[in-house]
Structures are given as C-alpha cells and as structure tokens.
Design a protein around this ligand. Structure first.
Ligand code: DAH
Length: 359
C-alpha cells in the first residue's frame, strides 16, 4: 500500500484507540464522512490509470473497512466501560437500614377533631369557627346567661382587660359560635364548631385551655327526636361500638329548654374485679355531653323568630372523647408537649384508626 494511506491508517487507528465517545464520533466523520479523508482519497481514483486505479481502489476499501471496524470495536469497549462505571456508581446497598419512618405525629386532639368532623360532615353538617377572644356578650348574655345568672359561676372565666362597654373574655365554651352563626346565616342551619376554650381550672381533669365541639341545627321542624338520633349515630360511629347504649338525663343549661345530659354505657371494673373503664352495654353509665332544644330567647337574641324556627344544640369536650377512645389517662398530658407521649399516643398522617370511618 502507498505511503499516504499507511500514514492515514496509522494516524486514524491511533486516534481511535485513545478516543472517548464524543471524540470517536468526530473521528468517524473526519475519516469516513462525506467530506472525510478516505472519501477524498476515493475521489482521486478517477484520475489514475485503470490498472493502478483497481489496486488503489481495493486498498482504500480495505482501509475503510479496517477503520470502521476499529471505530465500532472502540465504541463497544467505551459503552461497556461506561455501563460498568454506572453500575458501580448506582449500586444498591442492600445492607443499608430502611429509611426512617416519618418522625412527625398528628396530635390526638387534631385526630379526634378530624374524626368528629368526618362523622358530622356525613350527616350534612358544615364547620363554623369563632374567635378565642370573645365578647362577653356572645359568650354569656346572648346565650341567655345575664350577668346576674348563677350559672356564670360554673364557668371560671378569664376576663381580659377591656375598654369601655365592649368587654372581652377568653371564651369559656364554643357556644358563642351558635350566636355568631345565627346572626350571620338564615335557617336552615346545621353546623358544628370545634375549637379551643378556656377556664381557670387546673387538676387531673381540667386544664386552663381545652377543646370543645359545639353543634347547632335550626330549621322549621327539627325536634328532640332528631337530636337523639343525631347524637346516637355520632357516638356509636365515633367509638366504633354499634350497640353502645345512650341515655338522656334531664338537666339544665341556660341556652336550651328542655336540656339534657347524655350518658354512654360503660363498665368501671373488668372481669377480675379491677378498676378498668370499658365502653359498651355493661349496665353502668358515663356522662359525655350536654344538649337540648335551643331556648326561644337565644333565637330572639339572634333575630330568628322562635314561632317559626326551632332546633337543637349540643356541646362536648374533645379531650374527654379522645381520652375515652384512646385510653389516655391524664388530661394534662395533652398539653405537656412531650415528644415521647406524642410518639405513643399520636397518629401517622394517613392513619384511619376508627373502623367506623373506613370505606
Ligand atoms: N356550653 C356547655 C358547657 O360548656 C356545653 C353545652 C351544653 C353546649 C348544652 C350546648 C348545649 O350547645 O346545648 O358546659
């Protein structure tokens, strides 16, 4: 073979053996491409005498094949090396510990509120809200508790420094949300109002801040029977006990007439005679909430005609519901912000611990 083709071959093969993938493409183009060096040499064949042309043409074709083969071989080597490097780099270490579970927990109060809302939402209730700092008027007077009323003493109130006529308190109950709702909305009304409430009390069963959920239904026809059915369905769904017995006991609240307290069935001793609280049809009773038919004075205070409209209300403590359902013994621990407690009693974000809520 001629010296020029020998030189070309030596140069190209040397470049191929040192090339990486992008360089290899450049070599392919510069040697074999339309304007490549082999192609250029091919173009010179026409000027040669026939016998020389034949030998040179054959030699050039061999050279072309050799270069193409060398490029392909190098390409394969480079691809295999790249794959190998990737496999090493991306290998899965099966001995690694599994990823830690999500650290955060949903507080039992939040979980319980979610469950309460879910059950009442399925009965057509929507959620209403009111402020923690409430006017004394909405917290008491509008609810038929005049300032001289003895029932005010039942609620150890935090009074806030207030100017002039407009006195404010930390709301002692969620009941003022009834007033706010009836003043803002026309019947039919069907709301629940979960939220924080405050009283200056502190012992095993009382904390200065706690939570209640209020319920209010106002329309032209809802009566005591609806109240009973609604609370029966709620309590059975919430505790997940289908035959949980419910008892209505006459009671007194200024904003309802008649008023009742509701008890659920329980047992305070286990079969071994030890103290243990269990809910169900065991013959004993536990108070769980207050309720009644909304007092005509309350309707009047909100500009609703008691001759035309009527309805019921109820209120209950959320901590108490959570303690009973989840076996939490001390109310104060809800607000200790102890992470060990939260890890034990808290919920993962997607937990649905209440079988009554599934499906
Ligand atoms: N607000 C009452 C309390 O804090 C609970 C209550 C009782 C609310 C009866 C009501 C009701 O709406 O009808 O003790």
């Amino acid at each position: 073979m001629a010296q020029d083709t020998d030189d070309l071959k030596g140069a190209v093969l040397a470049a191929v053996s040192a090339a990486d993938i992008p360089a290899l493409d450049d070599i392919r183009v510069s040697a074999l491409g339309k304007k490549g060096r082999i192609t250029d040499l091919m173009k010179t064949l026409g000027a040669l005498p026939p016998e020389e042309r034949k030998a040179r043409g054959a030699a050039l074709n061999v050279l072309k094949d050799e270069i193409a083969t060398a490029i392909d071989a190098r390409q394969k080597v480079l691809a295999a090396t790249a794959l190998q490097e990737r496999l090493v780099r991306e290998s899965v270490d099966v001995t690694l510990a599994s990823r830690p579970q999500a650290e955060g927990r949903v507080h039992p109060i939040s979980q319980t509120i979610d469950e309460i809302v879910t059950i009442f939402a399925s009965m057509g209730f929507s959620v209403a809200k009111g402020p923690d700092i409430e006017s004394e008027y909405y917290n008491f007077e509008a609810l038929n508790l005049p300032s001289s009323h003895p029932a005010r003493d039942m609620q150890a109130t935090f009074f806030l420094p207030s100017e002039g006529e407009h006195k404010t308190v930390l709301r002692t109950q969620t009941s003022p949300v009834q007033i706010r709702t009836m003043m803002a909305q026309k019947p039919p009304i069907r709301i629940i109002a979960p939220g924080r409430t405050y009283r200056c009390d502190h012992d095993m069963t009382h904390t200065p801040m706690f939570h209640q959920v209020e319920g209010l239904v106002i329309d032209e026809a809802s009566h005591m029977g609806h109240l009973k059915g609604c609370l029966l369905d709620f309590l059975r769904a919430f505790f997940g006990i289908e035959d949980l017995p419910i008892r209505f006991r006459p009671s007194y609240f200024p904003f309802t007439e008649p008023s009742a307290e509701v008890d659920i069935g329980c047992s305070r001793k286990n079969s071994a005679g030890e103290t243990e609280l269990r809910l169900g049809n065991f013959g004993d009773w536990l108070e769980i909430l207050g309720c009644g038919m909304v007092h005509p004075n309350v309707l009047k205070n909100c500009g609703i005609d008691p001759e035309k409209y009527q309805g019921f209300a109820f209120g209950m403590g959320i901590e108490r519901l959570a303690m009973l359902k989840y076996g939490i013994p001390d109310l104060r621990t809800f607000f200790d912000a102890d992470l060990r407690w939260l890890k034990h009693y808290g919920f993962l974000p997607l937990d649905i611990p209440n079988p009554a809520l599934k499906g």
